[in-house]
Design a protein around this ligand. Structure first.
Ligand code: CU
Length: 293
């Protein structure tokens, strides 16, 4: 068994907890095999693209990507909701050490890594693109979902190591794409008026601590209070559906996110848990609704 495979097994044993809250779609039929080769390639705008496919068996992607600015696209070919949280192993930490620590105590394993963004949660058949800068190092990508106990967990097999290599290119000094800005604050969101259609949004974490933004389309007649109640007690049918987002990245950093919005009511949520109070950032104010006309 390869090291990667052993790590997946170890992490799966260690991390699977309560029942999955992932939604299943009766209409969506995943392709038999990934249709995009797991490579990186240069795009017309000069950015390197990093395509990630996730199936029910795990992630398919390049094992190595260049440091610097990357256009990262997650394609969900599986049956459940999926995302890709990037975690950079702290200098001196090995993959084996991370896996062993995860197996014993998930919370202390988080002290071995730094949150490094990644595409947010999409339903089966969905895609999410983010543009962000990655520095050299050893990383893992994991799907982080909300368990019925209110804590996040990694579904079985949803873990893949990858390396970021080389010095960062000069492109990282240029502004990130996006005419409209969302501010992620300690603890709240500032969201501009958004029209229906496609947007490229720059996300500025102006806080001191890591934040994320998950965008959800509210079900009919559901309210912000229903959304917060579900974050606290995620049991039963969610009052909202996944509409993309960008996962946890550090304070004073920015990423860019593409969103395609149909008219309707939405809610933005940060599920990250404060290390002192152990409350989710949503409870501390990082949940807000907005209308798309
Ligand atoms: Cu937050």
């Amino acid at each position: 068994m390869s090291l990667d495979r052993r790590l997946v097994v170890l992490l799966s044993l260690a991390l699977v907890t309560t029942a999955c809250v992932g939604r299943r779609s009766s209409e969506y039929t995943p392709p038999a095999a990934p249709t995009i080769p797991p490579t990186t390639a240069a795009r017309a705008d000069g950015l390197s693209s990093f395509d990630i496919r996730v199936t029910d068996d795990g992630y398919v992607s390049a094992d190595q990507v260049p440091a610097g600015r990357l256009a990262i696209t997650l394609h969900n070919d599986g049956h459940g909701q999926r995302n890709a949280q990037f975690l950079r192993l702290n200098d001196g930490v090995s993959l084996a050490q991370l896996a062993a620590t995860f197996q014993n105590e998930q919370r202390s394993a988080m002290s071995l890594v730094s949150f490094a963004g990644g595409p947010g949660t999409v339903p089966p058949g969905g895609t999410q693109e983010v543009v962000q800068d990655l520095v050299e190092g050893q990383y893992v990508m994991v799907t982080l979902l909300l368990g019925e106990d209110g804590f996040q967990y990694v579904p079985s097999g949803m873990f893949k190591p990858f390396r970021v290599v080389g010095a960062s290119a000069a492109s990282t000094s240029a502004p990130l794409p996006g005419d409209e800005r969302i501010l992620l604050e300690d603890f709240g969101f500032a969201i501009p008026p958004l029209t229906a259609g496609t947007h490229t949004l720059r996300l500025d974490n102006v806080g001191k601590v890591p934040h994320e933004i998950l965008v959800k389309r509210m079900a009919p007649q559901k309210t912000l209070a229903d959304a917060l109640a579900f974050v606290l007690t995620p049991v039963g049918t969610p009052p909202y559906a996944d509409a993309g987002g960008a996962l946890v990245f550090p304070g004073s950093q920015s990423v860019s996110m593409a969103l395609d919005l149909a008219p309707g009511q939405y809610v933005a949520i940060c599920y990250f848990r404060d290390s002192v109070t152990r409350k989710t950032h949503a409870e501390l104010g990082m949940i807000r609704d907005f209308t798309v006309d």
